[in-house]
Design a protein around this ligand. Structure first.
Ligand code: G6P
Length: 611
């Protein structure tokens, strides 16, 4: 939520900033801006996309070897030019970009107004840079000291970068609650919300910890805490590949990421099990072996798509490992005084590893003594750093705002986790264990086959592109998939869609069904197949239109449904991994046909770092 990028070194900063902003645009896209130091401190900012900003600065002075850029997702103040970042201080000698929220900005603002400060935006951010300048002038300290002292006064979450005309060879960055990664080159530094703007210049990075300030001054990096303690930055090498950040010939990142799933699912299981020897090893689990094996209860916290993966995990873990599981929306969990015991294991699922509510739920459970296990995609992000143990999903960077490959990677890792726990606890027979492991190996190939329904989903999309509502139904392992299918459609096509347990439809949504209502049903040949067939009949009796996802060769549903999409047969517990594919494609094609911005749907952001 909001992306920041900054550069100090010998290169021209502007091209690095604008390219970096394009990479970060998935984090927010209601306005963008840059600041450049070149004797002057020039700020250019504009409501709209990064491309609007690039157009706006054409012909303007963007020289400078020090600069910073920001792409915004509005929290305080509507998205317009005024509220866009960077923000100036009172004298316009200091500027800031900020990702996060300064909660006590109103009281600080009131004090500064008393001192004669005049504000030009409605943002909390502008208050912080005025405060920094005030301290700089009053206390007669260097820039980093003014930043440090100001941060001591603010309450809230931030990732910030500060530049000042007064100290033109210096760049200051700081974080608390919002991510900052510092890229380290030869006599040059890059700062960004994540590694994507940095990767083509350097692979050496240091992730700032909460409460740390980075001072980049004449080719030297110093890290200290807000409490003024010097820290040695931990420099690590990025594994990310540049190609992962490009569309690679696809029209949208979302489509590319949908098609990447055979590979990403494979990557998420690679090296983690051997079906021949019947062994499975998620490093994080082995490390906390005893705690996890003896867990009295597991609490899964997540948001959005990750919450749906959590629901699949609930079914898997209860089914296989026989540990009671509760799945919670992180935002509800953290505010409702939940009961958390020392023998509970909390599993936090997050693609970005930065979702503020999920992170806060982790901290809460940690403070109560629970063991925390993370299932995250972005390496080095905040949630994995806050957990006791975990497993990365290794799906590679996901750029499309609507999550696709991250979901299937999460479900893959959670399946392995459930299997390993079941094996350790002796709640699964050896033959069943091996059977599932064998079938897991076939999943990438089956996903590849499922992707062949692309043309068929286009035909269905054409037919229903103007529908006002959609209903998605599923039972058992098909239920979380129905929720995920409905979420995909809502997010990117703006059609209202609801996911429902198929049997529960009778208690409400059935009233909505008429000849206008498309109903997508997960009707694969498993446990409750016959019951799902009855639910389809209930829909047909009310003239609803059925789009059914069925197992290859199914004849029964074909007779009733308006459209059927066949997917390869697989083990019931692995059905989410294959059945979600046609739903992702259907949502994608409907959104494209409706002219929606698939990769950057309105009002959404990829990484929600505000509560
Ligand atoms: C946002 C994104 C969703 C994502 C959710 C949770 O709403 O748009 O795609 O599922 O956040 O994000 P996380 O990074 O924690 O998985």
């Amino acid at each position: 939520m909001c992306g920041i990028v900054a550069y100090i070194g010998k290169r021209e900063a502007y091209p690095i900033l604008i390219k970096g902003l394009q990479r970060l645009e998935y984090r927010g896209y209601d306005s963008a801006g840059v600041a450049l130091l070149n004797g002057d401190l020039n700020v250019y900012k504009k409501a709209g996309k990064v491309s609007d900003l690039a157009e706006y600065v054409k012909g303007k002075n963007v020289d400078g070897h020090v600069g910073m850029g920001h792409t915004r997702w509005a929290t305080h103040g509507e998205p317009n030019d005024r509220n866009a970042h960077p923000h100036f201080s009172q004298t316009q000698e200091f500027a800031i970009i900020h990702n996060g929220i300064i909660e006590n900005y109103a009281s600080i603002k009131a004090e500064l107004i008393q001192e004669g400060h005049v504000f030009h935006s409605d943002t909390d951010t502008e208050v912080l840079i005025h405060l920094i300048e005030e301290i700089y002038n009053k206390e007669k300290v260097v820039l980093e000291e003014a930043v440090r002292l100001a941060l001591g006064e603010v309450v809230g979450a931030y990732a910030i970068v500060i530049l000042s005309k007064k100290e033109p060879n210096k760049m200051i960055a700081a974080r608390k609650g919002s991510p900052i990664v510092v890229g380290i080159g030869k006599d040059e530094f890059f700062v960004a919300s994540d590694a994507t703007p940095i990767i083509e210049y350097t692979k050496n990075v240091a992730y700032l910890n909460d409460g740390e300030v980075a001072i980049m001054d004449n080719g030297k990096l110093t890290v200290k805490t807000i409490g003024n303690e010097i820290k040695t930055p931990y420099i690590q090498e990025l594994e990310m590949k540049l190609e992962a950040l490009e569309k690679g010939g696809y029209e949208h990142f979302m489509l590319k990421e949908i098609y990447e799933q055979p590979r990403s699912i494979n990557d998420s299981m690679r090296g983690r099990f051997d079906s021949k020897t019947g062994s499975i090893r998620l490093g994080g689990i082995s490390e906390f072996d005893k705690k996890l094996r003896n867990a009295k209860r597991m609490i899964i916290v997540a948001c959005g798509t990750s919450w749906h993966a959590g629901l699949v995990a609930e079914y898997l873990i209860e089914d296989l490992a026989r540990i009671p599981v509760e799945v919670e929306y992180a935002s509800e969990f953290r505010y409702r005084n939940p009961i958390i015991n020392e023998d509970d294991v909390l599993v936090a699922i997050s693609q970005s590893g930065e979702t503020a509510d999920t992170l806060a739920a982790v901290e809460l459970a940690k403070s109560k003594g629970a063991t925390i296990f993370g299932v995250c995609n972005v390496v080095g992000s905040s949630i994995p750093r806050a957990t006791h143990a975990g497993a990365y999903t290794h799906a590679g960077p996901e750029i499309g705002v609507a999550s696709t490959k991250a979901f299937t990677a999460q479900v893959t890792v959670l399946t392995l986790m459930a299997l390993q726990l079941a094996h350790m606890r002796g709640t699964i027979t050896e033959s069943r264990f091996r059977q599932v492991l064998n079938e897991l190996e076939n999943i990438p190939a089956k996903v590849e086959i499922a992707l062949k329904c692309n043309e068929q989903t286009k035909v269905i999309a054409e037919k229903y592109r103007d529908a006002k509502n959609f209903l998605y139904l599923g039972r058992g392992y098909g239920f979380p998939v129905a929720l995920e299918g409905a979420l995909k459609l809502k997010e990117i096509s703006y059609i209202h869609a609801e996911g429902y347990p198929a049997a529960e439809m009778k208690h409400g949504p059935i009233a909505l069904i008429d000849e206008e209502m498309p109903v997508v049903v997960i009707a694969t040949k498993h446990g409750s197949y016959e019951k799902v067939v009855s639910n389809i009949q209930e829909v047909k009796a009310r003239k609803g239109k059925i789009i059914a996802i069925v197992t290859e060769g199914d004849e029964e549903v074909k007779k009733m449904a308006d459209y059927v999409i066949e997917i390869p047969e697989t083990d019931e517990i692995l059905v989410p991994l294959v059945s979600v594919i046609p739903l992702q494609l259907l949502a994608y094609h409907i959104a494209v046909m409706r002219g929606c911005n698939v990769d950057q749907p309105r009002n959404l952001a990829k990484s929600v770092t505000v509560e």
